[in-house]
Design a protein around this ligand. Structure first.
Ligand SMILES: *[C@@H]1O[C@H](CO)[C@@H](O)[C@H](O)[C@H]1NC(C)=O
Ligand SMILES: *[C@@H]1O[C@H](CO)[C@@H](O)[C@H](O)[C@H]1NC(C)=O
Ligand SMILES: *[C@@H]1O[C@H](CO)[C@@H](O)[C@H](O)[C@H]1NC(C)=O
Ligand SMILES: [Zn+2]
Length: 553
């Protein structure tokens, strides 16, 4: 995954840096009409009536709610934290990883009907792939995902938890605990929906695959589920994939919105390594390698990546929808957003509005964060080696290559000022400026994932998916309510779906429920979910499975 990039730029870099920092691109000549927010309508399965009572039980029955709380509690109590320095090989330390054995045993005892209808394949020991075979093998399977692992709880902040993070406390309204929002509620909810469907006599035409990784929170290097699926079914073999992410039910500028993620920004870890001759600190040069890298740091923080507002970014449509429907947004900003697709000046206003006024620059540009610095070993010895780690999140309009080139161009004045050599290691080492006695700098890309392919948001796949959100929230949860806008959005982080791109173009990152993740304190202190939210989630999966099962796409 991480090793191969689609193009090699190295040759071009040698030629020189002709990076233009402001963005110019040509707009179509015609001064086209303002774009419109794509509309979606409620969709429900044709056999809805025979499932209405079960959906009502899921959403309203006290007994169901109680049983569901207990399932979530058991999942929280069965701890599955992962750490950055966990052993990469599972095989070499089976005992270490046995917490996932316990978690799987819990699933087995909690969901007997599901286990009776599916075949479980354990991939790389603890990756769980359940296959619920459909009657029509010509239909592409639906893939439902979640991850079993959670981030740890810091001992330092443990005392700030109002509820023990591993007890799964329920106060009649909310369930608390590490991983409840990210994303054990999703994993348990998927299985609860299956259990209810089976209980109600459902058996699928279309195969349904449940795929649960066990190291998502540390980047997923042990996750071989997608590889396994690709080997078994081939490329482009799935109907659609649903995983965590997105924003469900938030009010943005006065508009009730649901924003599933239909793309993800790219990811890159890059090291800037500077090596200079050592020596005694009593006779120092004017600048040490630490001083020089300090100047690079200043340049890197001063030079932001350019902003874009184009249809390559699903958030384009999110903001178009907000602009079209918002009662609060300034009318000139509205106008600019709606004409941003064909008017350069308007596009500039829209970018500035999102970047500066809303402070959401990460939506419209690549970002960089300087995260780790090491260098020097002794007070009386000059530093010979300094290393700076920069994390870059790549906008949809850019690539691993373009952001790397921008970083190189940004530090280049410092390289020249101090007569340093420069090399780039982007999947192979390349000299850019010859080695120099004063010192040598290496820019090394240690990990990179390009931006995710864009999920289509027109056509049947999207209409059924977005339509189910409408139906669950506008007809079931809050009967006869209207005005929910379902618009595509961009994920600024990566989920396990980054391994699944070959399997289908229809990838939805969406966790149904009442709260966007940030308000649920995912990864934070007092992580929780409202129990109502969890019940909505089960109802959503239940309906989505029924609707996908009856379509012939
Ligand atoms: C659920 O019901 C059982 C049995 O009545 C009870 O012991 C338990 O406390 C209830 N749990 C919750 C979360 O209400
Ligand atoms: C946190 O505290 C527990 C219990 O005292 C201990 O077992 C664990 O190693 C500690 N974790 C860290 C990361 O220090
Ligand atoms: C997808 O397919 C390409 C081309 O066959 C392959 O190189 C890659 O490893 C596959 N897997 C992923 C996760 O992209
Ligand atoms: Zn997660």
């Amino acid at each position: 995954m991480m090793q191969s990039f689609e193009t090699r730029i190295v040759g071009f870099i040698v030629v020189g840096f002709f990076i233009v920092f402001s963005v110019f691109w040509s707009f179509p000549e015609e001064s086209g009409a303002a774009v419109k927010c794509p509309e979606t309508k409620p969709h429900r399965p044709s056999n809805f009536d025979s499932h209405k009572a079960t959906l009502s039980k899921i959403l309203h029955s006290k007994e169901f709610r109680n049983a569901s709380v207990m399932k979530l509690q058991a999942a929280i109590r069965t701890r599955t934290e992962v750490y950055d320095d966990d052993p990469i090989s599972v095989e070499e330390d089976l005992t270490y990883w046995s917490k996932f054995e316990k978690f799987e045993q819990l699933l087995k005892s909690t969901f007997p009907l599901f286990y009776s209808k599916t075949t479980l394949h354990k991939v790389n020991y603890h990756g769980l792939v359940y296959i619920w075979e459909g009657s029509d093998l010509y239909l592409k399977p639906l893939v439902l995902m979640a991850h079993q692992d959670t981030v740890p709880v810091s001992n330092i902040t443990l005392s700030q938890w109002e509820h023990d993070p591993f007890s799964g406390d329920y106060d009649g309204e909310n369930v608390y605990g590490r991983g409840i929002a990210d994303c054990k509620d999703q994993l348990i909810g998927l299985l609860e929906a299956a259990e209810e469907l089976i209980n109600n006599g459902f058996s699928p035409r279309r195969t349904i695959i449940y795929s649960f990784g066990f190291d998502e929170e540390v980047g997923g290097p042990r996750n071989k589920n997608a590889e396994w699926l690709e080997a078994k079914y081939g490329k482009d073999s799935m109907y659609a994939i649903l995983d965590e992410g997105g924003v469900n039910l938030d009010t943005i500028q006065g508009v009730k919105m649901s924003v599933p993620g239909t793309a993800e920004k790219g990811y890159m870890d890059l090291k800037i390594i500077l090596e200079t001759p050592g020596g005694h600190s009593s006779i120092p040069p004017k600048h040490t390698s630490i001083g020089m890298i300090g100047e690079m740091i200043v340049e890197l923080e001063r030079t932001e990546f350019p902003t874009y507002f184009t249809e390559k970014n699903p958030a384009f449509w999110e903001y178009v929808c907000v602009a079209e429907h918002s009662p609060d947004m300034d009318s000139s900003v509205k106008k600019s957003i709606l004409s941003a697709g064909h008017n350069q000046k308007a596009n500039e206003v829209a970018r500035k509005y999102i970047d500066v006024d809303l402070g959401k620059g990460f939506v419209v540009k690549s970002t960089r964060a300087l995260d780790i610095i090491t260098g020097g070993v002794k007070a009386n010895a000059l530093p010979e080696y300094v290393e700076l780690t920069v994390n870059v999140r790549i906008a949809m309009e850019e690539t691993v290559d373009t952001v790397t080139r921008r970083v190189l161009a940004t530090i280049e004045p410092v390289i020249d000022r101090y007569h340093l050599g420069l090399a780039l290691d982007l999947d192979g080492r390349q000299e850019i400026k010859p080695r120099k006695p004063a010192g040598n700098c290496l820019v090394k890309v240690v990990q990179a994932v390009p931006p995710a392919p864009l999920t289509p948001t027109r056509g049947n796949h999207w209409n059924i998916f977005a339509g189910t959100i409408h139906h669950v929230y506008e007809d079931l949860v809050a009967p006869d309510s209207t005005g929910l806008i379902v618009a595509p959005g961009i994920g600024s982080g990566n989920t396990d779906t980054k391994y699944y791109w070959n399997l289908t173009e229809h990838i939805y990152r969406y966790r149904p429920g009442l709260l966007p993740g940030v308000y649920s304190k995912e990864h934070g202190i007092n992580e929780y979910i409202p129990m109502d939210s969890h019940l909505h989630l089960i109802a959503f999966y239940y309906e989505y499975i029924l609707s996908v099962d009856e379509t012939d796409d």
